[in-house]
Design a protein around this ligand. Structure first.
Ligand code: PPE
Length: 312
């Protein structure tokens, strides 16, 4: 992956290569971390700007709280850390990864005496599911692994250890030759992709699984729901059966890394005409405009990065 110059660690910028941890870091053994995936775009209207920054900071703190991990910084300090890290690396468009984790302390399952460390890193990251995937759609497969259940873990939290679930699903389907995994929830209802929320379009109506289907409450999911409403589409949050995927006219995924990516095939069933459907295209166009600061209606979703203008 492309390397930057600096990473923010516990309150200061350190050289990329110096941002290291000890092998007895608690999170390395037990997955006791929470994180965010955030993107910054070089916008037409505001220069480099972080998309829905406050929502990401809020979710980071919510995830930390759910795992009894007090963040030793304020929300505003974490927001500033991200802006500072992007500016220090001279990036105008990048992916940002804030991580809050239990550091070097006593081993064992009681983490409360381990320190809480925080880093913010950023790097250039292109299309998560490929440029072609974003324009033509990806081939997906329903994984045999179910999405983690609220009976044993916390789907609402974006926690490091919980990603072993997504990783098993992703490995399974990529080994089988597909690009993305769709997970069902513990009841067998449609849940989400390995790192994206899912939307299904049928007869002109846009459907997406509800909060109670063990989804991560995606920030791009909310943004696309808002855009769909603004464009006048009927939007329904309800449980979806597996066959509703096969019967859909259009399917797409949303996430910070994946942005809005159509799905052209699931379990070897062609979805609609097998490319990007018209409603998906409409939503993707407006969503991309929002990300890149080309739509005034969504200017409030952008948090500009203070950058020094280049001289000469
Ligand atoms: N579900 C899961 C399981 C998930 O990981 C993500 C984001 C989403 C839904 C969409 O959430 P949001 O980004 O707020 O719209 N996945 C992040 C991690 C990707 C990775 O490979 O790491 C991301 O997109 O940044």
């Amino acid at each position: 992956m492309p390397q930057g110059d600096y990473i923010w660690k516990n309150g200061e910028l350190v050289a990329w290569d110096d941002a290291k941890v000890h092998v007895l870091t608690h999170a390395l053994h037990y997955g006791t971390g929470v994180f965010e995936g955030v993107r910054c775009y070089d916008t037409a209207s505001h220069g480099p700007a972080v998309f829905r920054h406050q929502e990401h900071v809020d979710r980071l703190f919510m995830s930390s709280e759910l795992f009894y991990m007090p963040v030793p910084f304020t929300k505003e300090q974490i927001r500033q850390a991200t802006l500072e890290t992007i500016a220090a690396n001279g990036l105008r468009s990048c992916y940002v990864r804030p991580l809050v984790f239990r550091g070097e302390g006593p081993m064992g399952l009681s983490p409360l005496d381990s320190p809480v460390d925080v880093i913010v890193a950023c790097w250039e990251w292109g299309s998560y599911l490929g440029d072609e995937g974003k324009s033509k759609g990806v081939r997906a497969k329903v994984s045999s692994w179910r999405r983690l259940s609220p009976a044993g873990l916390i789907p609402h939290a974006k926690a490091s250890g919980q990603y072993l679930n997504s990783i098993l699903a992703k490995i399974e389907v990529t080994k089988a030759g597909y690009e993305e995994a769709i997970l069902l929830d513990d009841r067998g209802m449609v849940c989400e992709g390995s790192g994206e929320n899912i939307f299904v379009v049928r007869d002109g109506v846009v459907f997406t699984p509800p909060q109670s289907a063990s989804i991560l409450d995606g920030i791009n999911r909310r943004s696309v729901m808002q855009i769909a409403a603004d464009l006048g589409y009927e939007l329904v949050e309800r449980d979806l059966g597996r066959a509703e995927l096969y019967l859909a006219d259009e399917i797409f995924l949303t996430g910070t890394a994946a942005e809005l990516t159509p799905v052209r095939e699931i379990d070897d069933h062609t979805i609609g005409a097998g490319g990007m459907g018209p409603i998906t295209a409409d939503l993707q166009r407006v969503f991309e405009d929002a990300l890149h600061g080309r739509d005034e209606r969504y200017a409030g979703w952008l948090d500009p990065v203070p950058v020094r203008e280049q001289v000469g």
